[in-house]
Design a protein around this ligand. Structure first.
Ligand code: DGY
Length: 322
């Protein structure tokens, strides 16, 4: 029994595998590039358990073998890269790494919100370009995030109110914002006002997305919803790129129909819509949501433990419910 680790993981995960004495093979040792699909197929034929990443397309061909996989352990909370229906049909269990990346991802979402509102990246470029010649009363003014001098609160609308959405709410409440939230299942939380999705887009100064990608959330943020936003509002996406129609977003940003955006994820990752690349009112990051040393180290341990459970034919602690 052995494990195919599709790409190099943090050392903490390898330490767990080594301590268990279970053989494993690493498909791709290069941190820059994902494993090609043929490599994934080859690895899945040689090893009955996969430890994979969101860059691996785990489709029915990968799952079915022969031999059929005994388990798929994904080092991420999102698993839209895995054909879950096919896995269920074949009886292949899937595990992910929930909970551990909640705060890291909410931190990054809030960092994007602040960076977009206060023009942090633009300001950095301005200084490096040698354009900072003097302090100015009108120099590079941004949008306030905390309460205005008259006490007026900025409104954050959170679409998707799971663990990360709630962590985002805690941060926003700490900053003195008014917080609105929507998700499919209503959940009342202190200090947070429940609202319908279209109203959330219309009333918020900042909209932050925290929804998993599924057929019902693909292009949830389309041209119609973007048109509901205030011209002074910002969109923040640390969830999954295809939740937003990127072409429609590029168009409203270019026309300054909304004030700005902060994006960590893209519709055709790693390709970024070329309409976004030339705009200074969008902050672009390379999918760093869970990217802290501590969080990735723990994710690797969880993923390794799940892979070992599958090797032993046991139920993994973080296995998805059927
Ligand atoms: C996830 O876990 O789904 C993030 O997108 C990457 O860690």
């Amino acid at each position: 029994m052995s494990i195919f680790v599709t790409r190099r993981i943090p050392e903490s995960g390898f330490a767990v595998l080594r301590a268990a004495g279970v053989p494993f093979e690493v498909g791709q040792d290069d941190d820059e590039r994902p494993l090609a699909h043929e490599g994934l197929l080859r690895g899945a034929r040689r090893h009955p358990v996969l430890l994979c990443h969101l860059t691996d397309r785990v489709d029915s061909e990968v799952l079915a073998g022969p031999p059929t996989l005994r388990g798929v352990s994904q080092m991420a909370v999102g698993y839209d890269n895995i054909d879950v229906a096919a896995a269920r049909g074949l009886g292949v269990p899937i595990a992910n790494t929930p909970g551990v990346l909640t705060d890291a991802t909410a931190d990054l979402a809030f960092a994007l919100l602040l960076a977009a509102a206060r023009r942090v990246v633009e300001g950095d470029r301005f200084v490096r370009d040698g354009r900072f010649v003097a302090w100015g009363p009108n120099l590079m003014l941004g949008a306030g995030v905390g309460p205005a001098p008259d006490g007026a609160k900025k409104v954050l609308g959170i679409a998707g109110f799971g663990r990360i959405g709630k962590a985002m709410a805690r941060r926003a409440l700490g900053f003195g914002m008014r917080v609105l939230a929507w998700s499919r299942r209503r959940e009342d939380t202190d200090g947070v006002e429940w609202i319908e999705l279209d109203e959330l887009f219309a009333q918020s100064d900042f909209v932050s997305l925290h929804l998993p990608l599924s057929p019902s959330t693909r292009h949830l943020v389309d041209a119609r919803r973007l048109a509901l936003m205030k011209p002074t509002a910002f969109l923040i996406n640390t969830a999954r790129g295809p939740v937003v129609d990127e072409g429609a977003l590029a168009a409203v940003l270019r026309a300054r129909r909304i004030a700005g955006a902060g994006l960590d994820v893209y519709e055709r990752e790693p390709v970024v819509h070329e309409g976004l690349l030339g705009l200074d009112n969008v902050v672009l990051l390379p999918h760093l949501g869970s990217g802290t040393i501590e969080t990735r180290a723990r994710m690797a341990v969880m993923a390794a433990e799940s892979a070992l459970a599958f090797v032993r034919g046991e139920r993994a602690e973080w296995e998805l419910k059927a």
